[in-house]
Ligand binder design. Structure first.
Ligand code: FES
Length: 132
């Protein structure tokens, strides 16, 4: 899908984020839950002045169970069949039944610290197209 088909939507402000405190949002539509995270150090595809802000779909790529954030190892963890995805490595799967990495939401941060979701790098669970 071309990035130009994605909506650009403000989802938060850098100053409001606390390290390891997840903030839920939806993107690109209300049927797609996601999480915004500040990890406190530079990470793969991290946005913002500290390159530490990332966002992911919270639907597990295996069967769509809702993922939860585990601050101990900065992973998103599935309560269904225990897949884990590394938030510091772009949603790479590190354990479990899923057969693909987690969909990461691309972020843009402006000079005022406003964070916008602008596109997604993998299919959201259960969809043929991310933008319906
Ligand atoms: Fe997440 Fe099965 S639904 S591992």
């Amino acid at each position: 899908e071309a990035a130009s088909f994605y909506p650009s939507r403000m989802i938060g402000r850098v100053a409001d984020l606390k390290v390891d405190v997840p903030v839920a949002f939806v993107y690109p539509d209300p049927g797609s839950p996601a999480v915004l995270l500040r990890l406190g150090h530079p990470v793969l595809r991290g946005a913002g002045p500290g390159r530490d802000i990332v966002a992911f779909s919270t639907l597990c790529p295996h069967k769509g169970y809702p993922l939860g954030f585990c601050a101990a190892d900065r992973s998103l963890v599935c309560p269904g069949h225990f897949s884990r995805f590394d938030c510091e490595l772009g949603g790479q799967q590190i354990w479990g039944h899923a057969t693909q990495n987690l969909a990461q939401i691309k972020l843009a941060v402006d000079d005022e610290g406003a964070i916008s979701a602008v596109s997604i790098d993998e299919l959201i669970y259960g969809r043929l197209h991310n933008v319906l």
